[in-house]
Design a protein around this ligand. Structure first.
Ligand SMILES: [Zn+2]
Ligand SMILES: [Zn+2]
Ligand SMILES: [Zn+2]
Length: 134
């Protein structure tokens, strides 16, 4: 089967062993679009009779969450908001929190603002996935 894939770039990943750069068996292939990428993932790759098992790169899909105000989309470094407790949503640091209430600042449900079950977290995660693959 002859495949016509449009490849933008191929990198041979190297690692440093005893201060020398050694090629690994991992190569990174960048495709022009998602279709090319999917075709490749199904077929694998043969270079010089070596078969490379395809594996999609794992892009960073974690939403950025500010640990100061607990909102998504910016790191604490750039935060201009007041500090919000990630436990009770009060305007104080989480480590001095005395409240027994647990309330998420992002969705008002009863979990920590840092919860991976938070629907705001999941919504942001979806958004990132879309920008990577579309
Ligand atoms: Zn913030
Ligand atoms: Zn609190
Ligand atoms: Zn939440």
């Amino acid at each position: 089967m002859v495949l016509n894939l449009t490849v933008l770039n191929i990198f041979m990943l190297k690692k440093i062993i005893y201060q020398r750069l050694c090629p690994t068996k991992t190569i990174k292939v960048i495709f022009v679009d998602k279709l090319n990428c999917e075709t490749f993932l199904k077929t694998g790759l043969k270079i010089d009779n070596l078969h490379y098992d395809p594996e999609p790169a794992k892009p960073n899909t974690q939403p950025v969450q500010c640990y100061k105000c607990c909102k998504f989309g910016h790191p604490a470094k750039y935060c201009k908001n007041v500090e919000i407790c990630n436990k009770c949503s009060g305007s104080h640091a989480a480590n001095i929190c005395t409240s027994t209430d647990v309330k998420c600042i992002n969705c008002d449900e009863q979990h920590m603002a840092t919860s991976k079950q938070c629907k705001e977290y999941l919504r942001n995660k979806e958004k990132i996935k879309k920008t990577i693959f579309e």
